[in-house]
Design a protein around this ligand. Sequence first.
Ligand code: GAP
Length: 597
Amino acid sequence: MASQQALTELAKRRGFFFGANEAYGGTAGFYTFGPEGAALKRNVEAAWREQFTLRLGNEEIEAPTVMPEPVFEASGHLDGFDDMLIECAECGESHRADHLIEDAVADIEDAEALGVDRVEELIREHDLACPTCGADLAGEPVEDFNLMFETSIGPGSGQPGYLRPETAQGIFVEFPRLKEYARGQLPFGITQIGPAYRNEISPRRGIIRVREFTQAELEQFIDPEEDEPPLEAVEDVEVTLYPVSEQHADDGEYIETTIGEAVDDAIITSPWVAYFLGVAQGWYERVGVDMDRFRFRQHLSGERAHYAADCWDAESEIGGNWIEIAGFAYRGDYDLTKHGEHSEDRFTVFKRYDEPKTVERATVDPDMAALGPEFGGAAGDVADALQELAESDPDAFDGDEVTVETDGESYTVDTEVANFSVEEQTENGEHITPHVVEPSFGVGRTVYTLLEHAYSEDEVDDETRTYLSLAPEIAPTDVAVFPLISNDDALIDVASDLADELRAAGISVSYDDSGSIGRRYRRQDEVGTPFCVTVDQDGLEGDDETTVTLRERDSAAQLRLPVAELAAELEAVFDGDREFADLQDRYERVDTDVTTD
Ligand code: GAP
């Protein structure tokens, strides 16, 4: 296991990630992914897309990251997307008040759920001090701080807008069009991978809590009454669950079970959420998360976001702490209902009945020649209000008069003028608001987990070596190619031709002819390159075909094989059709001095 410091140093030294804008003093909460990190992140995103978009049969979109204020009035983020802020009067540093409590009080794991007033009290009761300067924080006010970055769209005073705090809203606001592309048929899923922004009070722990990060989200739109997930595909998947009941129990334990049993035993109440936990478990295993350091934890009630009816987090263990790397929320009809209420568009789908239904419908046909003179400009609204009342409370038309309200004014109308009737109508279907189930992954936190779980040390040639045991699919580079001696033209020709040939076969290659060969191996080990190929004099000598050595990262074992066979063998390994062990059975093992200087 890597210490945070060792991993951060390696990340910086080898170009995975580092604090952004360092030339200008740095900006807390913003990180740049260097060449290795960007490649690793791209591979994680590609693997996610392959699973959650392509394999699940979903469609991907790319929406803008800046959205106008009404979107977030509707979504609830303007009112409810807050963290608890406390500022030190002495040094002016800002802190997450709930985190201070969690760090200081052993049996409080979710202080956010306690509310601002209680957290303020706890800070007083426990005499908490500012972590930066040590000044007393008791008596300092705790406030809700909205995490969205505000901006202005257009010149002048512009239109108020915000950087999206979750990619999801870009999918929800486009639902009226997206449902058309899905031909109005539920269920369907839309994915998006892209940046999200949160003005975190105290960004910390490297790329784990930052102010700009990448999310990979899937919004699955379902008919809650009819649509079932294909649970049979994941029912035997084994998972480690930490439900609310166990978190509350004094001797609470993890539940080791299968997805199928967790649904049968009602540990996970939504089959859709369970289905996505099963798919995610397989995906995390595939990309290289250590499954002994992984669990699904259910949100406590006070922890759930304002939109979530139930939520489970995927958590990975990092340096002895559990961090949330993805959330799986049952968002119900919250988002589409809110956008339907706040916008001009329709956020429903038309659900056709198997057979047309005959139903009784209460309706009005107001006499506008009477309403117009009586109510003037309000007559149209009064007619609409009468129709709404007929649908919601037909008995209101039993008397001689009926009263409706519109724009805060009451209007009394003669029932004869309203022309109320109940008619039989044939209906082919109804408009329903789909429910949403959402797997939401943090890409940066996944990258960090993979690095931490892959970090390894061993002894090679009597030296301690650090290597990243990354899954080949995820490693930034597939193969490194070295000419053993950097000023030998014959070796360079073979090595650079080989690099070109491998690249043409779709394999990503790092060509390196600088420094000692031992150092070159160490460099590649530290960035997790699964294979190194060395072109040496032995392979070029003699009348036989040219050979090269192939070295596998984790075992440091080397084989000699014909250069003409290398591309096909490596392609087979990367496609999962062959293992390095199979090559070991067929090719000569070499213990030459090519690993050392
Ligand atoms: N649309 C749902 C949503 O945004 P979330 O739990 O707030 O849910 C989803 O975020 C994921 O995004 C988290 O599980 C985490 O991996 C990542 N994430 C959230 N805030 C983050 C931050 N400040 N820095 C890095 N990653 C973050």
